[in-house]
Ligand binder design. Structure first.
Ligand code: 4AD
Ligand code: MG
Length: 464
């Protein structure tokens, strides 16, 4: 078989005119008497390619009667196109149908609501829309490694199965080989995991942070990039039960250092998509699902300073703005999505870094401020997405950390190793977690997180 060409190579200008061999999936066929036009896409780029099929070529009947969704191989000549919509086309001399498609192929031009596509997620990769989203996702994953590697971070992998609840929120999926009806109860009525695979209760991880800290306290600058699981029952457009998180952890850093790192990272991702996926972004912003100022917005954010305010200042702004919120604003309470949206969308119209939250809103490991009320935490908020990053400086003082765990009624035995870090060679350090799908939402302009991960896991839904 002669060497096959990918459509992307053609539009990059790397393919000589003349003989060519291609494969792809049929997007449409317009059948005329003496010839037909077929449009194919092979997934390599946003570009489709038009094939001219003359009625006298071999296999004409089979090729020209293909339904949308069929897979074909085409031999022909690459020529510069006469048509105004494309720069190249292929005049076929022959070809074959690798896989035919049926009349009931689900992805017909009209029936393609996002909801419908989610139900047919096995075919989403064949649409222009999901091709664009997932090529951008790929770009951002690679950019993530580039960003941290260029800054001298080491990539580490933390466990997926864990015995600890790093965030202390209790939103974990259990991992067990025991069938629920065979688990014995202990005298106090709780489950006895002694006979379970690990001899104790284990779950899927909600964060690799605590393990990443052990590596930062030896290798300096590290980051994780892995799957993360939360059983919170949040059936929203921004929550998944299984998502991907990037968690850098930096020795000798304080909160301001990692706030800057987070802002730089977000800008780097945006720039990477603008440079590497411009066709995809241009395509997306023309779609009805996406705001038509996507590219302009990304360009402006990639060059702008992120606003930084304290939680206390944010609460003052929210109280003084006179807007009626569903959840009342009060110092000491969590900021709700509507509050975060007001700050990033209305008040500052751009990314906002909120710092120094009340300690009771945040996890046990955050560094306590001298005021006794707040911790050195930060959330980075983006318009349209809300919280994209959560992070903090870590409490490196052993006594203060133990005290806080005590106050929160936490078991210290299982975290003996985490406390040990503070006992031997403790150092200031800080880090954050960025929700990868939330970053993809922001950069693609897609409004539902289910449409930026291949096979979403959400409450009552784990198909495919
Ligand atoms: O704010 P979170 O809970 O922070 C942590 O887990 C820290 N241990 C991170 C660290 O300091 N190393 O989660 C971090 C980010 C959130 O800002 C959000 O973008 C994303 O993870 N996230 C989710 N994304 C999708 N679905 C969910 N259910 C998410 N929960 C958190
Ligand atoms: Mg958070």
């Amino acid at each position: 078989m002669r060497k096959a060409t990918w459509i992307k190579e053609i539009f990059e200008g790397n393919v000589a005119l003349g003989d060519i061999f291609l494969r792809g999936w049929v997007r449409s066929v317009r059948k005329k008497k003496a010839f037909s036009f077929m449009v194919i896409n092979d997934g390599s780029s946003q570009q489709n390619l038009q094939i001219v099929l003359d009625a006298d070529i071999e296999n004409y009947e089979a090729l020209s009667s293909c339904h949308t969704g069929a897979c074909v191989a085409i031999r022909g000549k690459l020529v510069e196109s006469q048509g105004k919509n494309q720069s190249y086309e292929v005049v076929a001399v022959g070809g074959s149908v690798l896989g035919s498609s049926q009349q009931d192929y689900p992805l017909q031009k009209k029936a393609t609501s996002l909801e419908f596509l989610r139900e047919n997620a096995h075919l989403r990769a064949r649409t222009n829309l999901f091709g664009a989203v997932f090529r951008i996702r790929n770009n951002l994953a690679f950019a993530t490694h580039r960003f941290f590697q260029e800054k001298g971070f080491y990539y580490i992998n933390t466990p997926i199965i864990t015995g600890i609840d790093a965030e202390g929120a209790g939103e974990m999926f259990n991992v067990s080989t025991l069938s629920p009806d065979k688990v014995k109860k202990t005298d106090d009525g709780s489950f006895d995991y002694k006979n379970d695979y690990f001899g104790k209760s284990t779950s899927l991880t909600v964060s690799g942070q605590l393990e990443a800290e052990t590596f930062a306290m030896g290798m300096g600058k590290v980051y994780t990039f892995g799957p993360t699981f939360r059983s919170e029952n949040s059936n929203t457009a921004r929550h998944l039960a299984e998502f991907w998180m990037i968690e850098p952890e930096v020795a000798f850093a304080d909160l301001d250092d990692v706030a800057d790192l987070g802002a730089d990272y977000i800008k780097y991702l945006i720039q990477s998509a603008l440079e590497g996926c411009r066709d995809e972004l241009d395509f997306l912003q023309k779609r009805p699902e996406v705001d038509d100022d996507l590219v302009e917005r990304l360009m402006s954010v990639s060059n702008s300073e992120f606003t930084k305010i304290t939680y206390t200042a944010a609460v003052d702004i929210l109280i003084d703005c006179g807007k009626k919120f569903e959840f009342p604003v009060e110092w000491g309470k969590e900021l709700q999505t509507e509050h975060e949206r007001y700050l990033s969308e209305e008040k500052f119209n751009g990314p906002v870094i909120v710092t120094d939250y009340p300690k009771d809103c945040k996890a046990f490991y955050m560094k306590q401020n001298d005021d006794g009320k707040t911790v050195r935490a930060m959330d980075i908020l983006l318009p349209g997405v809300g919280e994209i990053i959560g992070g903090s400086q870590r409490e490196e003082n052993l006594d203060k950390l133990k005290q806080r765990m005590n106050d929160m009624g936490m078991d210290q035995d299982s975290l003996w190793w985490y406390l040990d870090l503070r006992k031997h060679g403790t150092a200031p350090h800080a880090g954050f977690g960025l929700g990868f799908e939330r970053a993809i939402m922001y950069i693609t302009g897609m409004k539902n997180i289910r449409d930026v991960i291949a096979f979403p896991r959400t409450p009552k839904s784990a198909d495919f």
